[in-house]
Design a binder for this molecule. Structure first.
Ligand SMILES: NC(=O)c1ccc[n+]([C@@H]2O[C@H](COP(=O)([O-])OP(=O)(O)OC[C@H]3O[C@@H](n4cnc5c(N)ncnc54)[C@H](OP(=O)(O)O)[C@@H]3O)[C@@H](O)[C@H]2O)c1
Length: 290
């Protein structure tokens, strides 16, 4: 999809972290935005900021995406306001840290729902009107962890691997219809987002060799995926990209540079095992992850 001006996009996870940075880059191109997350006040503020700064139309939609049954309602709200959805960006996500056996069944299911089931059902909900017009693009924000035999994020890694493969398979099925699907897979993001929050909360510093990318790089990759119709864009330092050619090799190398030890230490933080996502509050003092 080369032309982005006056398109309508649903962006999940728009209240904090990487989401608002993706929103900025889309808004700069004149894309009207449906912003989805749980934190109503933050979404409202983001919507006003984007409309005022970029002159686009915005619609904040509050939804708990760990419940996949919310998906059709989110899409209906967007269509009621804008008449169509040209782009869906499944960006909301997160996962627990710690040994798999310590995760509660509820926490595991929350991760699988938020990172896999809901993006799949949001996609299912936007497709019919895209098919009527013969045009549309869906981007799934996955993770480099989907390509590595990952420790201490097992459920999250499984959900992200499923999401990446969903994107590839859907893309194959839709080829030639004008509708396409891409995965964007970031390595560790510095400066904003969940990894930065983990570091800030714990005081643990990532191993130097691990490297990081910025939220702006992830956002640029999302736009590139849409414009150039990429199957997958891996956003990571060159060394990490090379490692992912073999998931087992990557796992050993990530182990050598201390990545899994860092994950283990993070999981032993004050809220062990760390919840998948705490219910948001508007008071940062009550919710340090916000
Ligand atoms: N940061 C990284 O290092 C990194 C690396 C690789 C991949 N990623 C992926 O990048 C995406 C964005 O991550 P991030 O780092 O920006 O995370 P973040 O800072 O934790 O933000 C997560 C976003 O998702 C929303 N969200 C979380 N749970 C939700 C729920 N149950 N229902 C609705 N919205 C929910 C949050 O809003 P509310 O709390 O207001 O609901 C927030 O807007 C995720 O898919 C993540 O897996 C991140």
């Amino acid at each position: 999809m080369k032309q982005l001006t006056d398109r309508v996009a649903i962006l999940t996870g728009a209240s904090r972290g990487i989401g608002p940075v993706i929103a900025n880059q889309l808004a700069e191109q004149g894309v009207h935005l449906v912003l989805v997350a749980r934190s109503a006040d933050k979404l409202q503020r983001e919507a006003e900021r984007l409309s005022t700064t970029y002159g686009i139309r915005t619609l904040p939609v509050t939804a708990d995406l760990s419940d996949p049954s919310t998906a059709p309602g989110v899409v209906q709200s967007a269509i009621a306001e804008f008449g169509r959805v040209d782009i869906l960006i499944n960006n909301a996500g997160g996962g627990g840290l710690g040994p798999f056996a310590d995760e509660t069944p509820d926490a595991i299911l929350d991760t699988l729902r938020l990172d896999l089931a809901t993006p799949v059902l949001l996609t299912r909900a936007v497709l019919p009107q895209m098919q009527e017009r013969g045009e549309g693009h869906i981007v799934h924000v996955s993770s480099i962890i989907s390509k590595v035999d990952a420790k201490y994020v097992v459920s999250y890694a499984a959900a992200k691997a499923g999401l990446t493969h969903f994107s590839r398979s859907l893309r194959a099925e839709l080829r030639g219809t004008g509708i396409s699907s891409s995965a964007v897979s970031p390595g560790m993001v510095g400066g904003a987002g969940m990894a930065q929050t983990w570091m800030d909360d714990s005081g643990i510093k990532p191993p130097k060799l691990m490297g990081s990318v910025s939220a702006n790089q992830v956002a640029s990759a999302v736009l590139k995926a849409i414009r150039k119709d990429k199957a997958e864009v891996l956003v990571a330092p060159p060394g990490s990209k090379l490692m992912t050619l073999s998931p087992g090799f990557a796992s050993r190398m990530f182990g050598r540079i201390g990545a899994w030890e860092m994950m283990r230490k993070l999981s032993e933080g004050p809220t062990e095992p760390r919840p998948v996502q705490s219910a948001p509050t508007e008071n940062p003092a009550e919710n340090p992850a916000a």
